[in-house]
Design a protein around this ligand. Sequence first.
Ligand code: ASP
Ligand code: MG
Length: 597
Amino acid sequence: MALIVQKYGGTSVGSVERIQSVAKRVRETVRGGNTVVVVVSAMGKTTDGLVGLAKQISPNPSRREMDMLLSTGEQVSIALMSIALQELGQPAISLTGAQVGIVTEAEYSRARILEIKTERMQRHLEQGKVIVVAGFQGISSIDDLEITTLGRGGSDTSAVALAAALKANLCEIYTDVPGILTTDPRLVPEAKLMDEITCDEMLELASLGAKVLHPRSVEIAKHYGIPLVVRSSWTDEPGTKVISVMPKPRPLVGLEIAKAVDAVEFDTDQAKVALLRVPDRPGIAARLFGEIARQNVNVDLIIQSIHEGNSNDIAFTVVENVLGKAEAVAEAIAPALRSHPANTQEAEVIVEKQMAKISIAGAGMIGRPGIAAQMFNALSAANVNIEMISTSEVKVSCTIAQDDCDRAIQTLCEVFEIQDSPMCANPHNIALESPNAPPVRGVALDINQAQIAIRHVPDRPGLAAQIFGILAEKNISVDTIIQSQRCRIVNDNPTRDIAFTVAQVDAEMARTVLEALALQTGCGEVKVDTDVAKVSIVGSGMVGQPGVAARFFEALAKEQINIKMIATSEIKVSCVVTEEDGVKALKAVHEAFNLAK
Ligand code: ASP
Ligand code: MG
């Protein structure tokens, strides 16, 4: 007999008929010999409707009252679902988040779950009842009885957290699509259903705006090893499995705020090749990385920074023993990128040896902006200068000088309380989860991004820490951080430009705090561009496989799409393009990787 948590989204409970049909499915599951806990969302577009009502009264309603208001939607669904079950002769009881004892932080509208009491649920389950729990809500502390919500889409998180607390055998997320698709089917009708995806891949895709699963639910599934399935509530098709390797046991207290970083990794075998001042036009990255792929050289991080005037810098890292080959390719291509082959002011190739990469790995890094800032801070306190930065939901990596590596490892292990020995970066660890993973599992488009650039940031340890520290204080998540390769001397001091992307809603707040910081620290202008879109490819199979990024760039080049920024992490490559090119880029890339049905 299994304990199963089933979550039904808004569309699945959007009408009386649908509630009745869900109730039948629940009863069938019980008849199959299982114990069932059901989590439901508000009916249909109820939550949007409630938001609309509040906005008619105030443009800026208090977050406490919004939580009070929005949490009512789920209360309607649980009662109706429980009535529907009882009507079928299935004993059932509905419970609000407070009645269950879903204890959260006292952070209205984006509370994280601290703990879930299970006594009352156990009691009802022993009586043979189905428990119907209101998703998306909790209570800040048992004494205050403050109602909190987990953030829009948070019912998925309620369900997976309940599965963790109850040590359920399975958590099923029922929705109005057949499972997780290779991309957004509204934009690309050829999008194909996946049989499975790893938690890490899903985290990257979820944070990139694939709205199938609330990213925090995937974080919990990864941390507690919850078997998770996303499937359609209209059919009996198996849907998509979200898989992970069995994690080390963790306490259930502090459920969603426990350690985000579970390992420090390093690689002391890195070298960097950079091309400075290459023309800003479509096709350059495709040409460079296409040739490198033909030489069968595997590149690790790739970054292309914001362009200045009409030129870009592109840099990438490789393992040291193929540096010679990589450099030769760059040198061979460079003359063709210049307006005159002899004009070495353009497309200048520089290499740097003896570099190391140091990373913190875990889940939910972008969602918790303080983590990356804490890493930069620790490195700066240890006087380690950061060369390149790459961020993703599951990893933040910095390239540094090899000589600094031991110091960096030590300080990061201390700061993030890592007791086990740090891991030497090993691509096979990633392959373990899903040995036959394709190089690209899915592609995503995020049009709600803004690109921010800070010019002339003094090149000394500590500035990245300050910049991302103040953004973290404002709870602004940052993605795709890039530090320019070019070093410019301003008032006798070397400076670099730093660029990154944030959610568009955070752009103005980011500008305000950064302009103040720029004044204080002697940085240059802060530029904000909201006319951008980010296209990303995600797949664990791309690790150690040459040519994946090149194929991405070639697909964009074929469509004459100019790339504004490139950033990669181990299982993700992202390009920032103009917003206008977003959908075209998504389609081209989806096709280039043969993801269509
Ligand atoms: N009803 C809430 C929302 O629309 C939570 C959920 O459906 O997951 O955001
Ligand atoms: Mg949802």
